[in-house]
Design a protein around this ligand. Structure first.
Ligand SMILES: Cc1cc2nc3c(=O)[nH]c(=O)nc-3n(C[C@H](O)[C@H](O)[C@H](O)COP(=O)(O)O)c2cc1C
Length: 165
């Protein structure tokens, strides 16, 4: 069974959207994974109903806030507070180290609320620094292989646990 991954994109000027699209293409080319990238616009906490595997790909704006198109989803998680124990996720956080106090806080905020609601993060957050001179879509395309490998290991150990019961 291929791994099904929903990529949720929070963006202001479409950098994170490009990253999400590149990852979607790359994962769809790999027969072991299926991916769908969606902008966060108009989404709310119900996008996580039914659980599964998610990749949050978001930039940071304002004083370390999530971008405008991510606000409704983020605020909905804070108010509805669904049980997300059947959700596993990764985070690609785009930011800029010149905002050193709030570097990549958009992604970190999603990470914090998802953990609070019982979701399990797979792997470390990918932090991309726009001032470093690297292309986020290239950095993310390299990082994603390791993340997918961790997701597969996680699936295998969940399947072994299910078999034992
Ligand atoms: C007005 C403005 C505010 C920003 N605030 C932050 C911030 O607080 N922390 C941070 O790490 N990056 C901050 N950034 C950098 C963006 O998150 C970064 O450039 C990102 O790659 C933009 O992605 P996007 O085009 O998908 O929105 C800010 C950028 C702008 C233009």
């Amino acid at each position: 069974m291929p791994l099904d991954i929903t990529i949720l994109v929070g963006t202001m000027t479409a950098t994170a959207q490009l990253v999400g699209q590149e990852i979607e293409l790359k994962l769809d080319d790999d027969g072991d994974t299926r991916a769908r990238a969606r902008l966060m616009d108009r989404l709310d906490a119900s996008v996580f109903a039914g659980g599964g595997l998610f990749l949050i790909c978001t930039s940071t704006y304002g004083q370390g806030d999530v971008p405008d198109n991510a606000k409704q989803l983020y605020e909905s998680l804070q108010t509805v507070r669904p049980d997300l124990s059947n959700v596993r996720y990764g985070v690609i956080a785009l930011g800029d180290r010149t905002y050193n106090e709030t570097f990549c806080n958009g992604g970190r905020r999603f990470d914090a609320i998802l953990q609070e609601l019982g979701a399990r993060r797979i792997g470390d957050i990918l932090l991309h620094d726009a001032s470093a001179g690297t292309m986020p879509e290239e950095v993310a395309a390299e990082w994603i292989d390791g993340w997918v490998a961790l997701c597969k290991e996680n699936e295998d150990s969940l399947a072994r646990e299910r078999d034992r019961v």
